[in-house]
Design a protein around this ligand. Structure first.
Ligand code: GLU
Length: 434
């Protein structure tokens, strides 16, 4: 009976895999393992919860503008749907891997559970370079991927959303393609879509706004006034730029931001609105931004600031960067920006790390509000959305903080403990269907 095996006996019958610290799935597992020990998770549940429930891999043929046919690899990983339909974004990037999507899907499971949303976790990805594709090519790619996964998606089954390099327009194409196949308009099948198609007010800013809310909560805990705090933000996409703008509006001095072209620094503070306008006129990048000195990515991550917001991608903060950082608070706008080896260093240095599954949960929280609005056919004001989002994020922050104190662990492990416990409790109540 596997259920009678003590959790510590796992090592006896299962060879531990060699650790590859740049593998996001292993990064997830290292933290999951700690939470599982604390929770004394039933070993059978452990085996079930650390694996994705289903993984879909599809070859997506696309006719390019030249007439040539290219085939792209697409993924959709459903990590877990014990708490409800699975939820998670779709990312487009040349270096997406199945393992990365597996990790991102698992993070969605813990994130939704931690926030108390009635969703499981999923993630999708397509290996492509959206920068080199025309709008029409991206549309054909999105539509064919959606058609391929028609049986997987659904408002009661699996609900995609934007992620890295995907946006409202792409979600509109997902909605339309799904609806054409379903032969009815089904706006609750996707979130992060335009407001004119049943999207929610406040969804686009939601992740950045959530980052701001938990940053303010952390500042309060450390007795810091926003107007005394300096901030550096890695990444100037939807999450990074919004977080920078909202933190500046709270009185913080945002001294550095970055994108793929590098970092931009001004010790007196950057004008984020001006930078956003500049990127719009400059083909989407910060390259050549006025009133800022150029710095490297590494320099940005090791600046002497009060708050560092990594809002770019995974695996950015290793042990060396963690040693070098001058930040007192790190708020993970991105998923998985910190390696497990860096966790230890940051904890020793007493840096307060607000982990990804809490810090960037504002996006999926408003996705939930969007799904609820679509299903009710009743839409909320932006003020109502923001008020509920702020409250949800605040409460989640306080609960994670308390859980971490209770077990004498980092906020990250506290967040995993909360998320994993919630899913395990639901699994216990539902039982294993034979
Ligand atoms: N891609 C976002 C995330 O990583 C949002 C997912 C969603 O709204 O479903 O949390």
């Amino acid at each position: 009976m596997p259920f009678d095996i003590d959790v510590h006996e796992r090592a006896v019958y299962r060879e531990p895999a060699p650790i590859d610290r740049d593998d996001p799935f292993q990064s997830m597992m290292e933290r999951f393992d700690v939470a599982a020990e604390i929770l004394e998770l039933n070993p059978g549940f452990y085996e079930y919860l650390c694996r994705p429930s289903r993984m879909h891999i599809t070859s997506v043929p696309v006719e390019m503008d030249t007439g040539q046919i290219m085939v792209y690899e697409g993924y959709r990983v459903i990590h877990n749907d014990v708490l409800g339909p699975s939820k998670g974004g779709i990312r487009f990037a040349p270096d997406v891997t199945l393992n990365e999507v597996k990790a991102l899907a698992a993070w969605m499971t813990w994130k939704c559970a931690l926030l108390g949303l009635p969703f499981g976790g999923a993630k999708g990805g397509i290996v492509c370079n959206p920068e080199q594709m025309s709008a029409k090519e991206l549309e054909r790619l999105t539509r064919r991927y959606t058609a391929d996964l028609f049986d997987v998606f659904g408002p009661d089954k699996d609900i995609p959303a934007p992620d890295m390099n995907t946006n409202e327009q792409i979600m509109a194409w997902v909605l339309d393609t799904y609806s054409m196949h379903a032969r009815r308009t089904e706006n609750a099948v996707v979130t992060g879509k335009p407001v004119g198609l049943g999207g929610s007010e406040g969804r686009q800013e939601a992740t950045g706004r959530g980052v701001m809310t938990v940053t303010l909560a952390a500042m309060e805990r450390l007795d810091l006034a926003p107007s005394d705090c300096t901030v550096a933000v890695q990444g100037f996409g939807n999450v990074g730029a919004t977080a920078a703008e909202l933190l500046a509006a709270q009185g913080c001095t945002v001294v550095a931001v970055s994108d793929i072209t590098g970092g931009y620094y001004n010790e007196k503070g950057l004008d984020i609105n001006e930078l956003r306008n500049y990127t719009q006129k400059n083909g989407g990048t910060l390259d050549g931004s006025p009133n800022a000195d150029r710095i490297t990515n590494e320099e940005l991550l090791t600046l002497d600031v009060d708050v560092l917001v990594p809002a770019a991608k995974e695996d950015q903060i290793d042990a060396e960067i963690a040693e070098g950082t001058g930040a007192r608070i790190i708020v993970e706008g991105a998923n998985g920006p910190t390696l497990p080896e860096a966790d230890e260093v940051l904890q020793e240095k007493d840096v307060l790390v607000i982990p990804d599954i809490l810090a960037n949960a504002g996006g999926v929280t408003v996705s939930y509000f969007e799904w609820v609005q679509d299903r009710q056919g009743f839409f909320w004001t932006e003020e109502r959305v923001n008020r509920r989002l702020d409250r949800t994020m605040r409460e989640a922050f306080e609960k994670v903080y308390e859980t971490a104190e209770e077990h004498d662990v980092s906020l990250r492990i506290g967040a995993y403990v909360m998320g994993v416990r919630k899913v395990a409790e639901a699994l216990r109540m539902r039982g294993i269907y034979a």
